[in-house]
Write a new protein. Structure first.
Length: 78
């Protein structure tokens, strides 16, 4: 897909880092699958990955996490 930020580059499958913050909590996910622009580096995470990140962040908030770094691990297919 054409990058909507730089309007020049095309995206390709890759990995990115996503930082989520809420109040005093900061949660950093490394190795998140995304479409990454080869020109500017902008990353686009699909809806299913985004949903999972938000659910994990909600769990972290409820458990009292203030700062955490996680490696993104794909869900196991059954």
């Amino acid at each position: 897909m054409k990058c909507v930020i730089c309007k020049i580059g095309e995206t390709q499958p890759g990995r990115t880092t996503v930082v989520l913050e809420r109040g005093n909590m900061t949660l950093l996910f490394k190795g998140v699958p995304a479409e990454v622009c080869q020109n500017c580096g902008e990353a686009y995470v699909d809806a299913s990955v985004s949903d999972r990140l938000l659910k994990d962040a909600e769990t972290a908030v409820r458990s009292g996490v203030e700062l955490e770094v996680r490696e993104f691990v794909p869900a196991v297919s059954r």
